[in-house]
Every structure is written in C-alpha cells, then in structure tokens.
Design a protein around this ligand. Structure first.
Ligand SMILES: Nc1ncnc2c1ncn2[C@@H]1O[C@H](COP(=O)(O)OP(=O)(O)OP(=O)(O)O)[C@@H](O)[C@H]1O
Ligand SMILES: [Mg+2]
Length: 305
C-alpha cells in the first residue's frame, strides 16, 4: 500500500554544524491520525519543514502519496495543508482575505474560495472576526485562523505543528472534535503536540523523536502496552493505616483516605480492590495519577539514561 508519507533516512545538519535529524524513517498510512512527539529541540519542526518542502534535507528523501517530494514539489504541496508552529501571516490583511488568497495560490477561484472560507471560519469560530486583521486576534484565535488556512485547498494530508499550544481548554476540545471529524472523513492527520494525554486519546499511530532520532514508532496501543506500570490513586472509604500491603505493588498512603498504588502490568485493578477489601478497606473512587504515555515518553527521552 502506498503511504501518505514515507521518509527515508532523512538527515539534516544545519549550517552551524548542528545535526537536527539523523536518518529518520517515518511511515504514515493513508487515513491515519499520527502523532510525532518529542521534547523541545528534538527535531519535529525540522522534519515537518523538510516534509513540506520548506527546508532542504542534507540527505535522505521524502515520499508523499508515493511521489518523490523533490521531483514533484508542486503536486506534493497541493496534497499537504500545513499549520506551522509559528504565526506567519501578514498581520494587516483581513482574516477572510488571508484564506481566500491561500486558496488562490492553489488555483481556486475567488467565488469558490469565499464560500469555503465562510464554512471554515464558522468551523473555527472566527466568522465574526472575518473582517478584522490577525494583529487584533488573540494567540489562540490566530492558531485557529492558521488551521482554517491550512484546509482552504482541501489537502489530503494535514500537518499540524503544535496546533493546540496556547489554546484554551474549551476551544482545544472543539478543535480536537473538528480534527477527529476531518480524519473520519478520510483526511490523513499528522501532528506534534506536548499534550500527551490528547495524543493518547486522539492518535492511532505514534513516533517519538529524541535528539534527532526515532526512538519509538508503532501503534499507540502497542506502545502503551510497553508502559511497564501505571500509577493509580484509590480514594478509600475507611481510614487507611500505613501497613497496607499489596503483593507486587508499591503502596503509598497519601492521606487518611487516599492511597497511591503503582501496579505492574500483570496486576489488574480488580485484584487491587480485592486485596484492599481483605484488609477491610473499600474503594470509593479510582483515578490515574500519571498518564501512561507520559511515563513512557519520559523513559524514552530522558537525558540521564
Ligand atoms: N536554522 C537553524 N539553524 C541551526 N539550528 C537550528 C535551526 N533550526 C533549528 N535548529 C536546531 O535544531 C534542533 C531541532 O529544532 P526543531 O525546531 O526541529 O525542534 P522541535 O522538536 O520542533 O522543538 P519544539 O518542541 O521546541 O518545537 C534544535 O536544537 C534547534 O536549535
Ligand atoms: Mg517545533
């Protein structure tokens, strides 16, 4: 099957000698919702820049929908919609014009572009602000304007570099719903984010970059299976004594009614509840203390290891 995106031994050494990417092989299936994760400076934006034809790789190649990017740059650009990490619009151009002009670069006539701009501005809750200029928008609004702009030419692949950075909780949720809907309609989505909980709930496949190298690439499900343990907080009805013990688990009494339990993969939550009952403690509520993906991410990218 042809991949939506395939990079082959992609490397980038910047002119100051810094090696930002080291033989990166990324494979993204058509219709995927793919997360590219990595700490600050890991090389995510560099990789995206190369994929979109904005940065020249030092070596290696990129294929988009089976097309060699270097040889088919115009066709490839048409297939990709990019929402960059940094704001990059003319701050004095009216918002709706920014969208219409973007469509113009791809040969879409003004009438059609105006209709599409209306649909998208409404989708990202900026219709009321269409005649204003980006300068008068808040940071989160500018990000939404960039999302609408990325979609103006109906791309096959949407690439989002930290789409929800600085976007408030409510709008972030509505943005994710919108992205999920686009993905269900067949759009391939590739994104970077530092919100790992969101990556975990939204994305099917994932790659983790660390200092320019891929340290993990698999389905989210398979990757999470590798998370060796989970940390759960049990709210208990009875007062807890410090002598609570559960086989194979690490227990820490946080306060009179709150117990933190670190469970290995082999221990089920119901086993913990049973063991607590045997010690005359009943559980009123359970919540996750840490995100599993977050733990795994930290273990894969930790600088001390
Ligand atoms: N033009 C450049 N010249 C020299 N070094 C650069 C240049 N652009 C980026 N770098 C370096 O390359 C590395 C990767 O940067 P990049 O922007 O790709 O990281 P990132 O993973 O997107 O990080 P963030 O999460 O902070 O956005 C960083 O160490 C950065 O300083
Ligand atoms: Mg970046």
């Amino acid at each position: 099957m042809t991949h939506a995106l395939s990079t082959n031994a992609l490397s980038k050494t910047y002119s100051n000698g810094f090696e930002a990417l080291k033989a990166v092989d990324l494979k993204v299936e058509k219709g995927d919702f793919f997360a590219l994760l990595g700490s600050n400076g890991a090389g995510k934006t560099t990789a995206i820049g190369i994929i979109c034809g904005l940065i020249t790789p030092t070596s290696g190649s990129v294929e988009i929908d089976g097309l060699n990017q270097g040889k088919n740059i115009n066709e490839v650009k048409r297939k990709i919609g990019l929402m960059p990490q940094e704001f990059n619009f003319n701050p004095h151009e009216p918002n709706i014009e920014i969208l219409i002009n973007q469509a113009g670069y791809f040969g879409i006539n003004r009438k059609e572009a105006t209709l599409r701009a209306e649909v998208l501005l409404k989708k990202v809750n900026l219709w009321d602000r269409r005649l204003e200029v980006p300068q008068s928008l808040s940071g989160g609004m500018k990000r939404r304007l960039m999302l609408a702009r990325a979609l103006m030419h109906n791309p096959e692949i949407l690439i989002l570099d930290e789409p929800t950075a600085g976007v408030d909780v409510e709008i972030r949720r509505s943005m994710w719903r919108f992205l999920k809907q686009l993905n269900q309609e067949g759009l391939t989505i590739i994104l970077t984010t530092h919100y790992l909980e969101e990556a975990e709930s939204m994305c099917r496949n994932i790659a983790i970059l660390n200092e320019g190298e891929i340290v993990a690439q698999s389905s989210m499900k398979a990757l999470l299976k590798k998370a060796k343990h989970q940390v759960l907080i049990f709210e208990c009805v009875e007062s807890l004594s410090n002598s609570i013990k559960i086989k194979n688990c690490e227990c820490e009494v946080l306060d009179a009614h709150t117990l933190q339990v670190t469970l290995p993969e082999s221990t089920t939550i119901s086993a913990v509840i049973t063991k607590l009952l045997l010690q005359n403690v009943s559980v009123a509520n359970i919540r996750s203390a840490q995100n599993r993906l977050e733990n795994l991410f930290l273990s894969l990218t930790s600088k001390d290891e």
